[in-house]
Design a protein around this ligand. Structure first.
Ligand code: SF4
Length: 240
């Protein structure tokens, strides 16, 4: 449990080969992927170049009402070649101000969670369901998530990760149930493998929830160990 917060930086060394993407280009075709028919879909470009083109393609997006209150679109950040993506629900005030995901208090805890896995933020990719901040940090509305989800789906298809970690029930529900037909409970599904067009999805608690409920960190750490084992990363013996 202590390694949840205290993994030494030296453990991050030498992990790049493990995290390097060695899968063939994805043949998984995600429905409603807005990359279709755009230059973003050019497989001759690197993944980072394709992400850059995607980002540029919606720099002025006003497809939903969140456009009128945002400071910055928060596209996502990290390693385009990674095997591991984290997906949250949407930017908060700090993220809106800086244009980067998970940079506030929740983001600091997420960084500790990633470090506890023996990884750095530069080795994974972090994005959100909606790219603009919902006012007063409210949950994204269904119509906002549905307007924005295509961008995330495109990011997933470009990056082609092996594993997606959904942070919290809102992320889980809007990714797997964008029509909102069934409410997926995070407490029931956390730590269990779900499927998204062939991608392995593992839900766990959102860092903001963990800040409010620190006793749940143990369960979140158990979830992250499931991910580590799937990626072939060494789990500290004291944590098993
Ligand atoms: S939340 Fe998404 S769909 Fe809505 S304005 Fe921002 S980028 Fe566009």
């Amino acid at each position: 449990m202590s390694s949840f917060f205290n993994n030494p930086a030296s453990s991050l060394l030498g992990i790049d080969d493990i995290m390097k993407q060695d899968k063939k280009e994805s043949s998984i075709n995600i429905e409603n992927n807005i990359v279709e028919n755009t230059a973003v879909n050019d497989n001759n470009l690197s993944k980072q170049e394709r992400l850059d083109r995607l980002k540029a393609s919606f720099a002025e997006c006003n497809k939903c009402g969140l456009a009128s209150t945002r400071t910055n679109i928060v596209f996502g950040s990290g390693n385009a070649e990674t095997r591991l993506m984290f997906i949250g629900e949407g930017p908060g005030a700090d993220e809106d101000a800086q244009g980067l995901p998970f940079v506030g208090r929740s983001g600091q805890l997420l960084t500790k969670m990633i470090n506890a896995m023996g990884l750095s933020r530069q080795q994974v990719y972090i994005a959100n369901i909606v790219k603009c901040r919902p006012p007063a940090n409210r949950d994204p509305l269904m119509e906002e998530a549905q307007a924005c989800i295509g961008y995330l789906r495109s990011q997933i298809q470009i990056i082609n990760p092996e594993i997606i970690v959904c942070l919290g029930s809102i992320s889980l529900n809007f990714l797997l149930q964008p029509e909102g037909k069934v409410k997926l409970g995070i407490s029931k599904l956390r730590g269990t493998w779900q499927d998204f067009y062939g991608y392995k999805v593992l839900p766990t608690f959102h860092p903001a929830y963990l800040l409010r409920n620190p006793s749940k960190k143990r369960e979140a750490w158990q979830d992250l160990q499931v991910v580590m084992k799937e990626l072939g990363l060494e789990v500290p013996k004291s944590s098993e």
